[in-house]
Write a protein that binds this ligand. Structure first.
Ligand code: AMP
Length: 398
């Protein structure tokens, strides 16, 4: 593997896999351009070196081949705004003769954006022939799409085999993502705290299990905490619960005790009489919730305890909100935890926030620049911390 930063791209055509899967509104306007912005340093470094860039990405989940709604042409205008004077060419089919021709004609300092890779079903199937055709469009391959690194797709993994070791590399975003994830998982710094929240235990079992081998403390908040309370014999009213996971919750608690990992559940909760922004609210111990009520946020005692644990931690991984933070009445817990993570970072801890909803939360509370790293990868980051090998990383590393 070659190092992106050390490489001089002068007169080279770099085929860059980005994750431009940004949300659009009804008028095809981008409502959140973070994913596009995140790859700008990689693109600009190649252009500034005197190279040219061929961008490839997926966009949405088109089921039936080319569909206007999922065309990357809707992003050209915004890409132009982000890249200023740079000439941008669009190829309406990622492997057709037109794309080959446009790639050939591309001059140093210019960008070619290829149409949505997923218009070909071969992309998600990891088809070798399709990957090979894509590979012909560039002199070297740069993977900057951490968000799809857990997929063994043609453009994210398979394509790498068509480039020699010195012609394939991670882009700057991918490198930063991998470095911060590695720092969390492999740092000798302790205490290492994982804060895991969100709705479902079943989504987070593997990550909790894997972290039991490394973490000092694990805070479990959000809707998933109540499956644990019920498993321990508590009354949780109408709170979220996965009844088929009760045994597993008890097993996880036992494993944690065996491995000397402290699991912290929220002692108290904010409860509501319905799942509604205008619900009546009250406070309750988390293991004694009245029958018709549901816990939608962690309570004040939990906020205090969790904040203290966060303050004494050196490495912090946060995935998943503490409550239904989308509703104002139930955002206090998530906001408090976000602030505590920001404060701990300020005091010298390394903090990584990843996974869709905790990222949305730190953004909502304007704390994204107060933590060490905010990951762009939801599923990819989860799989990394579940201990799985990510095909997008392995394809270049090996
Ligand atoms: P996840 O995608 O699994 O990380 O879950 C995120 C979602 O969990 C958010 O939309 C939250 O509103 C929701 N959530 C967090 N806490 C609770 C709770 N106590 N009850 C119901 N939903 C919750």
């Amino acid at each position: 593997m070659s190092k992106f930063q050390d490489h001089n791209f002068k007169n080279e055509k770099a085929l860059v896999r980005v994750d431009f899967n940004v949300p659009l509104n009804d008028k095809f306007e981008i409502t959140d351009d973070n994913r596009m912005k995140a790859s700008m340093p990689t693109i600009k470094k190649i252009l500034n070196d005197g190279g040219s860039v061929i961008l490839m990405s997926h966009f949405g989940r088109p089921k039936d081949g080319p569909t206007d709604k999922y065309s990357l042409k809707h992003l050209v205008k915004h890409l132009q705004e982000l890249l200023g004077e740079t000439k941008i060419v669009f190829a309406g089919d990622c492997i057709a003769e037109d794309a080959i021709q446009k790639s050939k004609e591309l001059k140093p300092g210019e960008v070619l954006l290829l149409e949505n890779l997923r218009f070909y079903k071969e992309e998600e199937k990891g088809d070798e022939g399709f990957a090979e055709k894509l590979s012909k469009l560039g002199d070297l391959y740069v993977n900057d799409a951490f968000g799809t690194a857990h997929r063994a797709h043609a453009s994210t993994a398979v394509i790498a085999k068509f480039f020699p070791a010195d012609k394939k590399m991670f882009g700057l975003l991918m490198e930063a993502e991998v470095q911060s994830a590695e720092k969390v998982l492999h740092s000798a710094d302790k205490p290492f705290l994982a804060i895991i929240g969100g709705a479902k235990v079943s989504d987070k079992i593997l990550i909790i299990e894997n972290l039991l081998d490394r973490a000092t403390d694990i805070i479990i908040g959000g809707g998933m905490a109540y499956t644990f309370f019920k498993a321990m014999g508590g009354k949780i009213g109408k709170s979220l619960c996965e009844d088929d996971r009760l045994d597993m919750a008890n097993e996880l608690l036992q494993k944690a005790r065996d491995k000397n990992v402290c699991i912290h559940l929220p002692a108290d909760s904010i409860i509501a009489d319905k799942f509604d922004a205008a619900a009546n609210v009250s406070g309750s111990l988390s293991n004694d919730i009245p029958e018709d009520w549901m816990a939608l946020d962690i309570g004040e005692m939990a906020c205090e305890t969790f904040s203290k644990i966060i303050a004494r931690s050196r490495i912090i991984l946060w995935n998943g909100p503490m409550g239904v933070f989308e509703m104002q009445k139930f955002q206090h817990g998530t906001k408090t935890i976000a602030q505590a993570v920001a404060d701990a970072t300020q005091a010298g801890a390394f903090s990584l926030v990843g996974g869709g909803d905790s990222v949305a939360a730190v953004n909502q509370f304007h704390l994204a620049d107060k933590v060490s790293y905010v990951s762009t990868g939801g599923g990819a980051l989860l799989e990394y911390f579940e201990g799985k090998e990510l095909p997008g990383i392995a394809a270049i590393d090996n």
